[in-house]
Design a binder for this molecule. Structure first.
Ligand SMILES: O=c1nc[nH]c2c1ncn2[C@H]1C[C@H](O)[C@@H](COP(=O)(O)OP(=O)(O)OP(=O)(O)O)O1
Ligand SMILES: [Mg+2]
Length: 219
């Protein structure tokens, strides 16, 4: 038996108007606005969830990491979804996103294309490690960002300035690792740096500094 009455939970009048128009007299459409939790997840949530799942699976302590590439013009996107634009994605991603991947065969240029309509090419790389002692144990987060905004208070002008260091550029340097060739940091792409140079300034090294401090008992 299909229902004769539907209670459409939404806070969006436009959605409601369209649903009403489409369903017509088919059902008695009621509507109610409720503030519902919508799981989408911040960068931290993603690593925490990844960590919880890993701990459940291995039934012991785990460390996981999730890397995001956030375009400022796109308000942080693609962020955690950057993996869908690259070839080295996991098996699950391969299956579900095969079509999207083919369309972006010239990776990581597909990522550049996302910014084609914007003048602002600035970006931040964010690395989030999460450690859990095991199932049921709350993960601890260690996060590093390339784009540490430095604020300066100038006495003369009385102005706060911020500097953004990361930028998305046409690929330069060997493609060894994901989006390294298109992420420029202080004039050079990650791919143009030696491993040592990248590891001195990278988002990952900044996160690992925090992890190291915690391991040493300093944080
Ligand atoms: O320093 C980096 N320089 C360039 N590319 C990078 C970097 N770090 C991660 N990446 C890529 C890998 C993956 O396409 C996506 C993050 O996704 P992310 O889920 O964190 O990595 P993953 O799936 O390869 O490994 P994991 O098994 O730890 O989830 O950005
Ligand atoms: Mg992954």
């Amino acid at each position: 038996m299909t229902p004769k009455r539907l209670n459409f939970i939404t806070g969006n009048a436009n959605k409601l108007r369209e649903v009403e128009a489409i369903l017509g007299d088919l059902v008695d459409l009621r509507s109610q606005s409720l503030d519902l939790v919508e799981v989408q997840g911040t960068i931290d949530d993603i690593s925490v969830d990844k960590c919880r799942r890993a701990a459940e699976l291995v039934k012991g302590p785990v460390l996981v990491e999730d890397t995001c590439l956030c375009f400022n013009a796109l308000k942080g996107l693609p962020g955690p979804y950057v993996k869908w634009f690259l070839h080295d994605i996991g098996l699950e991603g391969e299956v579900h996103f095969a079509a999207a991947k083919d369309a972006l065969a010239d990776e990581p240029e597909g990522l550049n294309n996302l910014l084609a309509a914007y003048d602002d090419k600035t970006a931040q790389a964010v690395c989030t490690f999460a450690y859990s002692e095991g199932p049921g144990s709350e993960p601890k987060i260690f996060q590093g960002r390339t784009d540490v905004r430095v604020s300066h208070y100038l006495l003369v002008v009385g102005q706060i300035l911020t500097y953004v260091k990361g930028k998305i550029v046409p690929a330069r340097g060997p493609s060894r690792f994901g989006w390294d060739p298109i992420f420029e940091y202080e004039g050079r792409t990650y791919a143009e740096m030696t491993a040592l140079e990248k590891n001195k300034i990278s988002h990952r090294s900044k996160a690992l500094e925090k992890l190291k401090a915690w391991l040493k008992g300093d944080a």
